[in-house]
Design a protein around this ligand. Sequence first.
Ligand SMILES: O=C(O)CCC(=O)C(=O)O
Ligand SMILES: [Fe+2]
Length: 429
Amino acid sequence: ADVPRTITIMNESGRRVEIYWISPDDGELVLQSDPDILDGTSLELNSFVGHSFEVRELPGKKSGVCDGEGQTCRVDYFTVNPNNDQIVFVREGISVDHTDSKIVANRSASTVLDTCKSAAVSQLTAAGPHMAPSIFDSLGECIKRGLAIEIEKANEEIAFQAEIRHGIADLIENYTCADMTLNTTEAKRTEYWEGRRVDVMIDRPVAKIHLVENFLTQEECQAVEERAAPILHDATVADGSGGQHLSDARKAKQAGIKVHWDKEAEGDLIASLSRRVYDYVNHVLPFNITENGQEDLMSIQYFGRGPDDEKPDRYMPHCDGDCNGMDFRTGQRMATIVMYCDIPEVGGQTRFRNSNVHIVPKKYAATFFSYIDPVTMKMDSGFTQHSGCPVVEGEKKIVTQWIRLGVDDETPWSSFNTLGVKYTDAENQ
Ligand SMILES: O=C(O)CCC(=O)C(=O)O
Ligand SMILES: [Fe+2]
């Protein structure tokens, strides 16, 4: 598939230039720059990895000719590579200098290395070879310090960008929830799991978001709803000291559904649904999760009371487990599956505002997300923060499974402190 890249073209040539895309089929040149790129200006080009371009000098307005040999117009070429932050400088003489994130990183590493190396060489010359061991030590220290400064600069920039992005996400939350023309985000990639279509929305080591079609059946939804009906109650929020209280952050009804594993063999609908949940988790994550010690399934139901309702049923932005970018703590949540049984007429989208992933619920589909890097065991830093948008019209009924790592029959989920674990169910403890 075509991998898109945006390329910045900076004209520093002292001449006016134009850019042509070179068609790989017949070499035909297709003009990309209109108007021409004046000296000292730039152009953003939306292209794809592997596409090639020609940079062409334009004749002077007054002279009517180019500056090349025999007044020919000089050209140079570049091809889009897979790296990020590609900048094509058009230098004097129409020679192209193509830089990207890798080249820039290499250059700053080389600068550090060169500085440290020349210091070491002059020390060695002054002090003589018997000092080599200690000079090597200080060379190592010098490189370490230099690279640490570069990494810190990059991290500071990332943190700054994240802060801005989170601010924007917060600001537009209500608009995006209210925008009924906003469709489900387009998938980065589509896969299949046991015959079901899986749209991969975000695929980072530490944060994954999948939309799985036909994850459960109408019969399974009905089985959950029947069990939920007599025990449905107001949802509560963990208060951080082991207690539960009502909160505007989460307005909905819920009921914990225990799975009768002893009936799995005879085809119990809820047990087979729950088994599918763990199968999917194990399909994505390398943890061999079992049902032992896990939280119950949770039926969550939102009721729409029309557009004039000032406190509609909703689930304000939150993370299901830790999302502070820190180390995973044993027994905590690290993945979630939200399964959609009943779809509201208006509202109720699942929104991952920091990832710009918007999901309009689809009957019997499921949103899977994980928030742990299985290699580093670090937690997500906010990409999987999500909300259930206000339900305005109709009913939204979902089944959620929060999945923990490090629980078993002896140390079930309830034996781990609920500090930082939001939105569980007091009735179930
Ligand atoms: O209602 C939704 O779409 C989101 C539900 C949710 O955040 C959860 O169950 O943890
Ligand atoms: Fe959640």
